[in-house]
Design a protein around this ligand. Sequence first.
Ligand SMILES: Cc1cc2nc3c(=O)[nH]c(=O)nc-3n(C[C@H](O)[C@H](O)[C@H](O)COP(=O)(O)O)c2cc1C
Length: 260
Amino acid sequence: MKIKRVNTVAFSPTGRTKKVMGYMIKSWQGSTSGIDLTEYKEEDRKRSFTEDELTFFGVPSYGGRVPDTAAKRLKNLKGNQTPAVVFVTYGNRAYEDTLLELKNLVEEQGFVVIAAAAVVTEHSIFPSFAAGRPDSKDRARIQEFGKNAIAKAEKCENAKSAAGISVKGNRPYKEYHTIPLTPKADKKCNGCLTCVRKCPVHAISEESPRKTDKDRCISCMRCVQNCPQKARKVSQLPLKLAQRKLKKVCAVKKESEWYL
Ligand SMILES: Cc1cc2nc3c(=O)[nH]c(=O)nc-3n(C[C@H](O)[C@H](O)[C@H](O)COP(=O)(O)O)c2cc1C
């Protein structure tokens, strides 16, 4: 099949998934197009894709599931027997049902999944878990996987003939829980409103940027990472308690998994 374009669709509040995406499509020399589902403006934007566009989808695992913001925004994308590669990133705990859920979501939208991966990345809440990953060895493996996935799409007659991979995960999916860690700003906040603009779910208002709407916040840490004053933080005590709880399971080095 002749691939006209490679598209990327990513939800990536703190950029790790986006980085993996970059490695994955590095070997592709042709035209590309990117959709960043992290941006609030993508909430209602509808797009459709043809059968000769190979589309890579990447999301982080949140509590072993696809972040519900990403799941909602994915529903605006319409494939037409469009070949797809799906991957999740996760912070060395577990990805549980995330990859299966992403595969199913994408297929429900008319895409045909021909390859999939679960990639270990530094944990975006607890960066001491999987610190520095993907490292140079991971990076080479991600690039190789991406190259092989593109070759698979180019070799097959149509997407359907390359379908049929089966990924880890269970149905019904595990219950969706976000981590109740809501960042807020301290005195260092100078009201620059970067956090307001960057928040994927509009949980921070222009009127009181030091506060966060707890009901909207998805604990993605994008505001913490992007604050130029380093003013935004989560409370230390719940953070330390959660870290202690995860320490044992996250201490064992996990390897990424590839489905081709
Ligand atoms: C709210 C939240 C929940 C998370 N849940 C998990 C999890 O269940 N398992 C895991 O291994 N990592 C988990 N992580 C870590 C992220 O999946 C990982 O760091 C990911 O690469 C972040 O992607 P991003 O940088 O593109 O936002 C979680 C991170 C956040 C912010």
